[in-house]
Structures are given as C-alpha cells and as structure tokens.
Design a protein around this ligand. Structure first.
Ligand code: T4K
Length: 365
C-alpha cells in the first residue's frame, strides 16, 4: 500500500487557497486606497455578494464565528438566564453562552442527524429560559419548524449556530433564514473561508442595526447608540473571501464528488446520518459512525500509520466537560460522540487518497 509521506499528510481538511494573482489583485486595491479596516470597500463588497449568494438579508460580517454567537446574544438583549443548547457541537457553541454569563442547559440530540431533539426541549424550559441555541451540525437542518413552534409558545428567542450551514438550503430557502439570528464561521477550515471570519444574519432590521453597532464600538463618530466592542473584519480578510468566492461552485462540486465517492467505496459499511429529503446539502463534512469506540480507535491507528488524520468531530459530548456549571445526562450525544469521526474532505483530496482511506477503513473496521 502507498504510504502518505510526511510532506503529503492527509488531514481532515486543508484550506482552499485561490490562485495568488486573484488574491493579489484585491490586495493591490487595498494598497491603492490605503483603506485597511473599519468597514472598507472590500468588506462591503463581500457582505453584498454573500448575502445575495445565500439569499439572506441583514448580513453582518464579523471577526469569527464565536464572536458572532456572542453578538447574537447581546443584540437580542440576553444578558443572563438559561440557554437551551446541544451537547453535540464544537466547544464554541457552549463557551460563547458561558462567556456571556448565561447558563447552557443541554438537551439531547436526534440519533439520525445529530441535531437537537425537538421532543426533549419543552421538558428543559424553566422560568429562567431565554433562548434556544441549536446547531445545524455538519450542515444538517435542525427541525426548524418544531423549534419555532416551541419558541413562540414560550416567548423564547432562537439563535442558530449555523457555522456549518453555509449554502445549505432547506424547504426551498437558505437554512440561515430561520430563527431570530443565525451565525456563520468563515474559519480557514470551513468550506468557504476568509482565513478567520464569521457572520450574523438577523431576521429583524432592528436586531441587524444593533449587531452593526455592537461590532463597531456602538458609535458613529461622536454619537453613541449602544454598548459595543470591536468585531470588525479587515480588508485583507475580505480580500481572501472575495478571491475564494469566485471559486465557490467548483469548491462545492468537488466536495460533493468526493462525498459521493466515499459513499460508493464504503458500500454502506459505516452508518451515516440521514439527510432530510427537503435539504439541499452543502457537503460541509463527511461524518461516519463506527459501531464502537474501540473500532474507531483501531481504524484511527491504522490511518495514522499511513499519515492520514481524520478527526473526532465532535468529542467529547459538551455536557461532560468539567467546567460546565451543571451536570446533564445526554445519552444519545454521549454515545455518538464516542463513535463518530469526520473523514478528510477538501478540494485537493485526490481520488487515490480516498481509495487508500476507504481500503484501510474496510480492512480494519
Ligand atoms: N460553532 C461551530 C458549530 C463550530 O464548528 C465552530 C468552529 C464555531 C462555532 C466557531 O467558529 P470560529 O470562531 O472558529 O470561526 C477547527 C476550527 O478552528 C473551528 O473553526 C471549527 N469550528 C472546528 C470544527 O474545527 P480544530 O481545533 O479542529 O482545528 P485544527 O487547527 O486542528 O484544524 C484541523 C485540520 O485542518 C488540521 O489538522 C490541519 C488543517 N489545517 C488547519 C488550519 C487552521 C490546515 O491545513 N491549515 C490551517 O490553517 O478547530
């Protein structure tokens, strides 16, 4: 079997880099204008292009996907209380809640697509509950209608951590258009990136205006509107975003092709999440579920030996982390997080790499 040499290690992802000249052409513009940050022309252009492409209004580009969640809580006036959220996500979902001095209340997930289990939400609501923060994990859609129904019944806000949902379409519209605020991450490891970056998409114009003020210290000149901080993104980050934007369709297509090739070669031997029939998936990740944690660890060891490094997204289940203020039992999430892994998925991944990965998995699994 061919071994991946150290210079060609295969990680779970590899950031897409546009042709240098295309990036430099935007950098040239920055040098011409001397406008480096503070909502410059490239940031504005990227905001316009992304909101058109995604089919959403009230779009604010910010410095990362974590601060986007914090800004969402602030803009919705949530400064304390309980936030119902999922234990199956990247730690940023929960840490942003804690950082804003709210308490995360964990509700278990669906075994089929790992999103928040809508049937378990009501039992977790108390008189302190302010909002629900579900995650469209791996780009799969939460039960947005069920969640909204509960939010309306109890007067709760809904903030979707949509860090993985860039370009996912649900029931004919962007998955980002559900809830009071949706947030995105444009980190280097995401399918669309601006090196670091994120965004908030607000349902209401007033929330959008507050978000805008929050990210720029709350003031315009000498007028101070509300408490703010610095969440502005630079022109250099926007330049990378604009250069990448031109390649979005190719990026999406290659990720789809890779995912379908994995499907074909793995012959259904590993469990996969079930994609809702009304979801146009964005191919953000390729998660597979092993039968046991031992099997996962054994396959990882075999892959690592060949220089291949998939990731345990997401492990451990967030409700089990030591610094959480209260213990919750989330048996589905605790079980799945021990058995799940994301396989390498990025534009430069070669067919021969995919064949090698699948061969090792099938031989060992
Ligand atoms: N909500 C959710 C649901 C999220 O998944 C995330 C972030 C957030 C919120 C917060 O968004 P941000 O504040 O980050 O915008 C990575 C990312 O850093 C993180 O953005 C992402 N989710 C999370 C799922 O994955 P790590 O610690 O796994 O990244 P790292 O550095 O180990 O990178 C993974 C692999 O990618 C490396 O083994 C090699 C490759 N890589 C990575 C980087 C950064 C490269 O080849 N080049 C690079 O520059 O967290």
């Amino acid at each position: 079997m061919t071994t991946a040499t150290s210079s060609e290690k295969i990680f779970v992802t590899k950031p897409y880099l546009p042709p240098k000249e295309e990036y430099y052409s935007y950098v040239d513009k920055i040098y011409e204008t001397g406008h480096l940050t503070n909502e410059g022309p490239l940031v504005k252009e990227l905001e316009r292009k992304l909101s058109d492409y995604l089919g959403v209004k009230n779009f604010q580009y910010v410095t990362n996907g974590t601060i986007a969640l914090q800004f969402a809580l602030k803009a919705l006036g949530i400064e304390d209380g309980e936030i119902i959220s999922t234990p199956f996500s990247y730690v940023a979902t929960t840490s942003s809640i804690l950082w804003e001095r709210c308490k995360p209340v964990f509700v278990d997930i669906e075994p089929d697509n790992y999103t928040l289990d809508v049937n378990k939400i009501e039992a977790a609501i108390t008189d302190k509950t302010k909002a629900i923060m579900p995650v469209h994990v791996f780009g799969y859609a939460c039960d947005v209608d069920g969640i909204q129904k509960i939010a309306d019944k109890y007067g709760l806000k809904v903030i979707y951590d949509a860090a993985h949902a860039f370009g996912s379409i649900y029931k004919g519209k962007s998955l980002l258009s559900y809830g009071d605020v949706s947030t995105l991450s444009f980190h280097a490891t995401k399918l669309f990136h601006t090196v670091e970056g994120g965004a908030c998409i607000a349902k209401d114009k007033e929330v959008f205006d507050r978000l805008h003020m929050i990210k720029r210290f709350g003031n315009i000149g000498d007028e101070h509107y509300n408490l703010g901080i610095n969440g502005k993104q630079s022109e250099f980050h926007a330049a990378m975003g604009l250069a990448n934007f031109a390649h979005l369709e190719d990026i999406k297509q290659r990720r789809k092709t890779i995912s379908e090739y994995y499907d074909e070669l793995l012959e259904g031997r590993l469990a996969r999440p079930s994609v809702q029939s009304e979801l146009e998936y964005n191919y953000a990740y390729y998660p597979v579920l092993f039968k046991t944690e031992e099997e996962l660890l054994s396959v990882f060891a075999a892959l690592n030996q060949q220089g291949i490094y998939p990731r345990r997204y997401f492990y451990p289940s967030l409700n089990t982390i030591g610094y959480m203020p209260e213990r919750y039992k989330c048996l589905v999430s605790e079980d799945i997080s021990k058995r799940i892994a994301c396989l390498p998925l990025y534009v430069g991944l070669k067919d021969s790499d995919i064949e090698m990965i699948c061969k090792i998995i099938l031989a060992d699994g």
